[in-house]
Design a protein around this ligand. Structure first.
Ligand code: NAD
Length: 657
């Protein structure tokens, strides 16, 4: 909850409504802002908005991080709705209903339904009753009822007072006001977007190797998200009603089309996110195998099962599986084929409709995948693309879907979890990692250095399960570090479209600052750079493959996700110390042990709190095995039979004679 005082709320309202800007760039329209505050008839009568008052309020907004929140949505132009949403912590239906109550004075659930249909589709009157109940429990409706005769209220008053906890500065605006005294109301439901706002809502896809603009793509706005959800809702039952083989034949056609167009698809991915072309091809080849596995196995996993014990109860016990309905999939960019299709394919095969938001850094790949599916005969409303960044993702996960599959960072994952909590939809989170590798004293240092480097630097280290920390036994430490430096020093960094390239650019330019800060922090605390260590000054976003030694757990590079071509190697005395180090992390995706002794590896790996245990390899996933990060690495399971079950609801049948 952001606790704004009355002036801050008013200034924010005016920024959002009139000047369409954030507290940080207000000077562009300072006069408009002062005028807007002063002209507004529902302003606090004792405050005159001059430059000082506005400055003070803006300073308050900045301190409270309102700009950051606005920026975090990834949009330059924002609607106040998102700030209000965050301040009040309302879900989309609650927000809409509150808006209708405030603005339209609807008295009955029927009226509410009719009037709110434009912004949000309530499925039934029960849905509305339930939302009203939640608003009442959280005091919003009660606050309205305390103002007899006033049908209209101000959203800023609600921000100020929050859920029934008025701040002293809110008292003046909270007092009952006759309707005539408040003719101008800042709408709680966002107004129609201005035409120029619409035009600006496009996503610029740039080549991270050069900075060149590849394409501008129209962003799906919130209203369109709701419309797509509605269309998917209508289309899903017919898709689910088809025989499994029929759904599978469409997905098989998709698989064959992806295979036929693999080279073009690989180029699209490499151009928009910088993955070396050979690795883009590898990802597509591997994803074809995953699609095959799903086609061959999903039908059996979701088939009805009779579980009555032989000679047991007279009641027949049976389990059947029904699709969830609508699955929202919000994706990361680093492995767009794996991440996207790991969810989309089993979800569709199980009879769900899917709303898929590719990452803003892999949008063209995502659009191509959806296009291939449509060309393969998957109905257009059953798989739909949602285009945009964080704001669009937030709109999608806040819409009336039945499951949210999210892949991304821990911070965003928590935000997503909070936004769906009230609706109790099924949630799957695949989040960040900080996988450690232990190099034992019995290894061949050359081949192990090669394998560790591969696990750390493949895809430029931009893998959730990349090796990001190395613990090398003291007995082989120096030889291993020297071999590692040789391997990493020989990597070819350059044009990702060249077959010979090992390391491409970083997909996200912002990550350069993270890498630079981690290296600087480590060096300041005593680490030594063995190779690399700096950003490469040329167009695009490039960082040298980097190895650090003399690192320790106090350094950010050994604790926080790096997600780039930088690793630290720490000396450890024995297996006991290695286990303690490997487990000293908030993440729990995977860990690797390099040794000739399989039993030793299994003993060590068995003691670790991770979802993936690797002996003499790393950064690997298999469609036959569950992918289930622990702790800050995620919730739920994808791939394997368990991952398929994530997309269905079970029904227990008790069939008595
Ligand atoms: P991110 O968290 O920045 O974004 C992920 C997705 O969430 C994007 O599509 C983005 O547009 C969307 N988004 C942003 N804000 C949102 C909001 N408030 N509500 C809903 N959606 C929102 O992460 P990223 O940079 O795309 O991906 C890198 C991260 O993903 C790393 O932490 C990596 O470890 C993790 N990852 C995990 C796995 C796994 O299997 N565990 C796989 C790949 C990537």
């Amino acid at each position: 909850m952001i606790e704004l005082d009355a002036e801050e709320a008013r200034v924010l309202g005016c920024l959002m409504e009139k000047a369409v800007t954030t507290p940080d760039n207000y000077p562009l329209s300072v006069n408009a802002l002062i005028n807007a505050c002063n002209q507004s008839t529902n302003r606090d009568p004792i405050v005159t908005y001059d430059e000082t008052t506005v400055e003070r309020a803006l300073e308050g907004l900045r301190e409270k991080g309102v700009s950051r929140r606005v920026r975090a949505t990834g949009q330059r132009v924002v609607k106040h709705r998102h700030v209000v949403d965050e301040a009040l912590q309302l879900s989309v239906p609650e927000y809409t209903l509150l808006g209708v109550l405030l603005l339209r004075g609807a008295q009955t659930p029927g009226e509410l339904k009719q009037r709110s249909e434009r912004w949000h589709t309530f499925r039934s009157l029960d849905d509305i009753e339930e939302t009203l109940q939640r608003l009442t429990e959280r005091e919003f409706v009660r606050q309205l009822e305390r103002r007899p005769g006033q049908k209209e209220a101000r959203w800023m008053t609600l921000i100020v007072s929050g859920a029934g906890a008025p701040s002293p500065s809110a008292t003046a605006t909270d007092a009952p006001v006759a309707p005539a005294a408040a003719p101008e109301v800042v709408p709680a439901v966002p107004p129609e977007p201005e035409p120029e706002v619409r035009r600006e809502r496009s996503l610029e896809v740039r080549n991270p190797a050069t900075g060149e603009l590849l394409r501008s793509v129209a962003v799906t706005d919130e209203r369109e998200v709701d419309q797509k959800v509605e269309r998917a809702r209508r289309a899903q039952p017919a898709w689910a009603a088809r025989a499994y083989d029929e759904r599978a034949s469409r997905l098989r056609a998709f698989r064959d089309l992806l295979d036929a167009e693999a080279e073009e698809c690989a180029r699209i991915t490499t151009r928009e996110m910088g993955k070396p072309i050979v690795q883009s091809r590898n990802e597509i080849r591997a994803v074809l195998e995953r699609i095959d596995w799903n086609i061959a196995n999903v039908g059996a996993v979701i088939a009805p099962r009779v579980v009555t014990p032989a000679g047991g109860t007279a009641v027949e016990e049976r389990v059947t599986h029904e699709p969830l309905g609508l699955v929202a999939h919000v994706s990361a960019w680093n492995y767009p084929y794996f991440v996207g299709l790991n969810s989309i394919v089993p979800a569709l095969l199980a009879g769900n409709a899917v709303l898929y938001k590719p990452s803003e850094h892999a949008t063209l790949t995502g659009l191509r995948l959806v296009d291939l599916m449509h060309r393969s005969g998957v109905p257009i409303d059953v798989i739909q693309a949602i285009v945009g960044g964080g704001l669009t993702g937030a709109a999608l996960v806040g819409s009336e879907v039945d499951m949210v599959c999210f892949t991304g960072s821990y911070e965003t994952g928590r935000r997503v979890a909070r936004s769906v909590a009230d609706r109790l939809v099924r949630l799957q989170l695949e989040l960040g990692g900080k996988d450690g590798a232990y190099v034992c004293d019995d290894v061949d240092v050359e081949s192990t250095a090669f394998a560790v480097a591969e696990g750390a630097f493949y895809n430029g280290g931009q893998s959730c399960s990349a090796i990001e920390r190395v613990y090398a036994n003291g007995a082989i430490f120096d030889g291993f570090v020297s071999a590692l430096a040789d391997v990493v020093g020989a990597y070819r960094t350059g044009d990702p479209e060249d077959d010979q390239t090992d390391i491409g650019p970083l997909a996200r330019a912002e990550q350069l600052d993270v890498l630079e800060a981690q290296v600087a922090d480590a060096v300041a605390k005593g680490a030594r750079v063995v190779c690399g260590g700096r950003r490469i000054e040329r167009p695009g976003s490039w960082f040298e493959p980097t190895v650090l030694v003399d690192v320790d757990p106090s350094m950010s590079v050994m604790r926080d996700e790096t997600f780039g071509p930088v690793i630290g190697v720490q000396r450890v005395a024995d297996d006991t110390e290695a286990v303690a180090c490997l487990d000293d992390t908030e993440f729990g995706l995977g860990a690797a042990v390099f040794t000739r002794d399989r039993d030793r590896a299994e003993r060590i790996l068995g003691r670790l709190d991770v979802g993936n245990a690797y002996w003499n390899r790393s950064d690997r996933s298999s469609v036959r095995l569950p992918w289930a990060g622990r702790r800050h690495s995620g919730l739920g399971v994808s791939m394997s039979e368990s991952g398929v079950r994530a997309f269905v609801r079970e029904k227990a049948w008790h069939l008595g004679p």
